[in-house]
Design a protein around this ligand. Structure first.
Ligand SMILES: *[C@@H]1O[C@H](CO)[C@@H](O)[C@H](O)[C@H]1NC(C)=O
Ligand SMILES: *[C@@H]1O[C@H](CO)[C@@H](O)[C@H](O)[C@H]1NC(C)=O
Ligand SMILES: *[C@@H]1O[C@H](CO)[C@@H](O)[C@H](O)[C@H]1NC(C)=O
Ligand SMILES: *[C@@H]1O[C@H](CO)[C@@H](O)[C@H](O)[C@H]1NC(C)=O
Ligand SMILES: *[C@@H]1O[C@H](CO)[C@@H](O)[C@H](O)[C@H]1NC(C)=O
Ligand SMILES: *[C@@H]1O[C@H](CO)[C@@H](O)[C@H](O)[C@H]1NC(C)=O
Ligand SMILES: *[C@@H]1O[C@H](CO)[C@@H](O)[C@H](O)[C@H]1NC(C)=O
Ligand SMILES: *[C@@H]1O[C@H](CO)[C@@H](O)[C@H](O)[C@H]1NC(C)=O
Ligand SMILES: *[C@@H]1O[C@H](CO)[C@@H](O)[C@H](O)[C@H]1NC(C)=O
Ligand SMILES: *[C@@H]1O[C@H](CO)[C@@H](O)[C@H](O)[C@H]1NC(C)=O
Length: 718
């Protein structure tokens, strides 16, 4: 009897769960914002999911937004047996929302499972491909949404799908006038269906190349596209009219509104409806793409003046429509290579750090790739990076540094594409003898700093450039690159020595929000490892005299550093934030580079000491960055995790996974937060959508993670 009532009870519980409007599972986590269409700095649409401004991770009942939080109208309706439901967005009036039962993300996909009145199940998959083997596919700003429907109750149902985008995608200034058109393009003949593509094209009427409104691009052409199947109808017009047309009739009336007007003037939307007919236990699918086509991606100052760098799609396609059509019908390939990447990231992450680490790395992938753009021609191409949200700087060296573990892991040879613009700039335009901070104050304009005035992080950036260039050459065997750039690499080694970087003068580090400070322990370590990297570069390029000079100084420095950096009397001992400040501490994240490029200069005892120390100062969601404020940086936490003992590594990983699941913040995941509350760090504008989450791949960029082997560490100081 007891067993029977338990069964009855659990049946009752599931009835209640099915009746309560929204009960979704979230796997592997409920991120603070769900990536929907995230491919580039300007194709970046998310669903806010945290409790603080988001709706908990449900697709229906709330509008998607650009990474800034501005609405990007994107609506989804479904009609089942003459009743209309909402599956995405928040149309007004709002047809009843479907019941979301599951959400899942991988590195490249966000998938939602929807129960439509117990009659039909929908599987909605947002795919933003990542393909680090193919520059053409990786560069194309296209994102997919695939909608699969199947009968849930065994009966046949009449089903039609509706979706639209609004003109909000075309500008962050909602008073701007939008213009649009529509058409059908001939597609590839081997695609199965009609092979033709129906599209809406929408743009900011006044195009301003390379300009932004509220971080959204002020130039380029948006395409919303789907296959021109039987049963497809379209319409453009005021949001309420077009959505009501579908809600009432289950189809659109193939009409166009040609009253081009402001984005916020009776919000024009661009809609498709697909009548899928009768749906039974055989599923039916509809695929849509959203694309941003720009002739040129960025402006880049070189020794030859300011160049307009063409978007990479133009190297293969003569016009926008052939690119849009080709990539629509490339879905199967894009999905296949993306699934392979998803599986690699998941299995490598699981092996290195368990299931929590899978939740972390998989969330990072689209965000990190979404802050960069491959541009140029077949023969000359680059990866350009926007320092999203913190200030919009172009190709920021100390943002590339935390981003780059992901790139080393996915395709180390592409490191050259992100380093090249820095070397080109510094060879021709940069007058200072230390490494630059960025090559333009505001993406997409890499106009440089010919006056020598960029943000001043001289020690940080010299170290970063030496470490990253060495790491690239080690992983690819491209020693030529070191030869080609020896003059600058040597100059930065000299700068570290001339400035006695073991005693860093009063300056900011990459954590510039904390302000300047003299004698920063972690910054000094960057200089020492950077100098040892310079010694290895010198050896690899036949500069043996410089190699031994650098190595001798670096080993003197590490002995000096150990005396100054460690508070031996603390219980347990640990390195301090700055020399002499015995009560202070900080994450010693620059130690990671000692393993990444195998400088092996830091004594093993420092690794074990820090690994034993971190758990003693941890808070609920992580270890504070330092003793100056209630905040931490998750990229640096994972750098520390990668070189820690198994227990300490797991602690960092578990706490960050918990942060991802529980933070009330509701933006593309922040890297700067309060480790006791999981809120944004106080007094600093929210960091969001930043590429530095590439640093969450720190474990995977190392040949082996965890505490390094004692036998080959720190010989120079023993
Ligand atoms: C839907 O409405 C149409 C037109 O009123 C009607 O012919 C049809 O039987 C209805 N279908 C269902 C499943 O109720
Ligand atoms: C939904 O579709 C995606 C992509 O086609 C697939 O990987 C996933 O397994 C599907 N989920 C369900 C619940 O059918
Ligand atoms: C890296 O990208 C190049 C194309 O740029 C490709 O040929 C190569 O196979 C990729 N390497 C890896 C390891 O995927
Ligand atoms: C980039 O420079 C152009 C002029 O070449 C200017 O119109 C545009 O506003 C600048 N973009 C940004 C984001 O500042
Ligand atoms: C299409 O629908 C709109 C909105 O429902 C309506 O105003 C318009 O008259 C219709 N056009 C045609 C050609 O039926
Ligand atoms: C883009 O480039 C093509 C080819 O040069 C040209 O025909 C077209 O007018 C350009 N479009 C814009 C918006 O500049
Ligand atoms: C340290 O670097 C700064 C900036 O390049 C420079 O002005 C200063 O002279 C350097 N100090 C020494 C001792 O070389
Ligand atoms: C930095 O540390 C050195 C070595 O302990 C010390 O001589 C110097 O006074 C410190 N500088 C500052 C500004 O505290
Ligand atoms: C450089 O080469 C010399 C001679 O082979 C060797 O003794 C030294 O350890 C090397 N230094 C580094 C940093 O690789
Ligand atoms: C990592 O392992 C590979 C393959 O074993 C090796 O070629 C490479 O030199 C190693 N890299 C470092 C930095 O140790």
């Amino acid at each position: 009897m007891a067993r029977r009532s338990l069964i009855w009870l659990s049946a009752l519980v599931s009835v209640i769960a099915a009746q309560s409007s929204q009960q979704s599972t979230f796997s592997p986590a409920r991120p603070p914002a769900i990536p929907l269409a995230v491919r580039s700095p300007y194709l970046s649409t998310w669903q806010a999911a945290g409790s603080d401004g988001g709706n908990g991770g449900y697709l229906a009942g709330q509008w998607p937004t650009f990474w800034t939080g501005s609405i990007n109208g994107w609506c989804g309706l479904i009609r089942v047996d003459n009743n209309t439901y909402t599956w995405m967005g928040k149309p007004d009036p709002l047809p009843q929302v479907v019941s979301q039962t599951a959400f899942e993300y991988t590195s490249t996909r966000s998938s939602f499972t929807m129960d439509v009145n117990g009659q039909v199940t929908m599987n909605i998959t947002f795919l933003s491909p990542v393909d680090p083997t193919d520059k053409q596919r990786q560069s194309m700003p296209v994102s997919y949404v695939n909608i699969e429907v199947v009968s849930a109750d065994g009966n046949e149902h009449e089903v039609a799908i509706y979706t639209d985008i609004s003109a909000e995608w075309t500008s962050g200034d909602r008073n701007q006038v939008a213009q649009w058109s529509r058409g059908v393009a001939q597609g590839s003949s081997d695609s199965g269906g009609s092979g033709d593509l129906a599209f809406h094209k929408v743009w900011r009427q006044t195009q301003i190349e390379f300009a932004e409104d509220g971080d959204q691009a002020a130039w380029g052409y948006w395409y919303y596209a789907t296959e021109n199947v039987d049963g497809l109808t379209y319409q453009s017009g005021a949001d309420t009219d077009v959505r009501r047309q579908f809600t009432d009739n289950g189809g659109l009336n193939n009409s166009e509104d040609t009253d081009y007007r402001a984005i916020n003037d009776n919000f024009p939307v661009f809609a498709f409806a697909v009548d899928l007919g009768s749906v039974s236990s055989d599923s039916k699918e509809s695929l849509f793409t959203v694309n941003l086509l720009q002739n040129n991606s960025v402006q880049f100052a070189t020794g030859q003046g300011l160049q307009q760098v063409p978007s990479f799609w133009r190297s293969s396609f003569s016009d926008e429509l052939s690119a849009v059509t080709t990539f629509y019908f490339d879905y199967a390939n894009g999905a296949r290579v993306s699934a392979a990447l998803d599986n690699d990231v998941a299995s490598d992450s699981r092996a290195a750090g368990g299931d929590d680490y899978v939740a972390i790395t998989s969330l990072a992938v689209r965000q990190a790739w979404g802050a960069v753009q491959i541009a140029g021609t077949e023969s000359e191409n680059y990866i350009f990076l926007k320092e999203i949200s913190s200030n919009g700087n172009f190709q920021t060296v100390d943002v590339i540094f935390p981003f780059h573990p992901m790139l080393l892991y996915m395709n180390a040879s592409w490191m050259k594409m992100i380093l090249d613009p820095l070397f080109i700039n510094m060879k021709s335009l940069w007058p200072q003898d230390f490494a630059i901070h960025d090559i333009g104050s505001r993406y997409p304009n890499a106009t440089g700093h010919a006056d020598g005035n960029a943000a001043l992080q001289p020690l940080e950036e010299c170290g970063n450039m030496l470490i990253m260039t060495l790491g690239y050459a080690q992983k690819t065997g491209d020693t030529d690159y070191l030869n080609q750039n020896w003059d600058l690499l040597h100059q930065w080694g000299q700068w570290l020595i001339n400035n006695n970087s073991v005693i860093p003068f009063n300056q900011i580090s990459t954590d510039d929000f904390a302000g300047p400070l003299a004698n920063q322990t972690n910054l000094a370590l960057k200089g020492i490892i950077g100098l040892q990297a310079a010694a290895m570069i010198a050896n690899m390029t036949g500069h043996s005299q410089e190699g031994s000079d650098y190595a001798n100084t670096a080993s003197d420095w590490i002995r000096q550093w150990e005396q100054l950096a460690v508070n031996q009397n603390a219980n347990p001992p640990h390195t301090v934030l700055n020399y002499g400040d015995e009560d202070s501490f900080s994450l010693l994240y620059n130690l990671y580079a000692d393993q990444l490029v195998q400088t092996n200069i830091v004594p093993h005892s420092i690794y074990t000491m820090q690994s034993e120390f971190y758990p003693t100062v941890k808070q609920e969601y992580g270890v504070p960055l330092d003793t100056r404020a209630d905040r931490t940086k998750s990229d640096w936490e994972i750098f520390c995790a990668a070189i820690a003992s198994d227990d300490t590594r797991d602690m960092f990983i578990q706490d960050l996974a918990k942060f991802i699941n529980q933070t009330p913040t509701s933006a593309p995941v922040t890297d700067l937060y309060d480790p006791s509350t999981a809120q944004f760090a106080a007094d600093i504008g929210p960091f969001k959508a930043r590429p530095v989450v590439g640093g969450w791949f720190a474990l995977l960029a190392l040949n082996q993670t965890g505490l390094p082997d004692e036998s080959y560490i720190g010989q120079s100081s023993s």
